[in-house]
Design a protein around this ligand. Structure first.
Ligand code: ZN
Length: 150
C-alpha cells in the first residue's frame, strides 16, 4: 500500500482503539498510530519514512522489502521497548499503528509473511498497490474514520 493509505489505516486503528482502551492523550495517540503505520516501509528505499528520515534508509539496504520489517517481530520489539521504560500509551499506539500497516499490506497481491524470517505465515489479498482498488479502499477507510469520529 502507499504511504497515505497506511496513514489512513493507522488513524482509523487509533480512533477505534481509543474507544477500547483507556487512553489519556487521545489526539497524540492517534497521531502516533498514523505515524507508526508508515514505519514498516523503512525496508523500502524510496518510502515516505525514508524521505522524512534519511537515516533510516540503511534498513532498505540490509533488509529485503516486506521481509522481517513486515512481520510481527518489530511490533513485539517496539511494544516491549516502550513499555519497559513505562511509556505504555506510546507502546500501545506504536504496536497498533505498526500492526495496521501489516494488516493493510496483507490485503495486497504481494502480501506479507508475518513470521519472517523464522517461519511462513503468508497473507495476501487482491489489491494492486497504487491501483484503482487501493484508492477506493483509501476512500472507504477515510469515510469510516469520519463515521467513527462523529
Ligand atoms: Zn509495507
Amino acid at each position: 500500500m502507499m504511504w497515505f493509505t497506511h496513514i489512513a489505516f493507522g488513524v482509523l486503528a487509533g480512533v477505534v482503539a481509543i474507544s477500547f482502551f483507556n487512553v489519556q492523550q487521545q489526539f497524540l495517540f492517534v497521531v502516533l498510530t498514523g505515524f507508526a503505520a508508515i514505519l514498516a516501509d523503512v525496508d523500502h528505499e524510496g518510502s515516505k519514512i525514508n524521505q522524512f528520515f534519511p537515516v533510516t534508509r540503511w534498513a532498505s539496504h540490509v533488509f529485503k522489502h516486506r521481509g522481517v520489517f513486515h512481520s510481527i517481530f518489530p511490533v513485539a520489539g517496539l511494544y516491549v521497548a516502550f513499555s519497559s521504560i513505562g511509556l505504555n500509551e506510546i507502546a500501545l499506539a506504536v504496536a497498533i499503528g505498526y500492526s495496521s500497516h501489516l494488516f493493510s499490506d496483507s490485503l495486497t497481491k504481494m502480501g506479507v509473511n508475518l513470521l519472517n524470517p523464522i517461519s511462513t505465515l503468508h497473507m495476501s489479498g487482491f489489491i494492486e498497490v497504487g491501483g484503482l482498488m487501493e484508492y477506493i479502499v483509501f476512500g472507504v477507510v477515510v469515510g469510516v474514520t469520519g463515521l467513527v469520529l462523529f
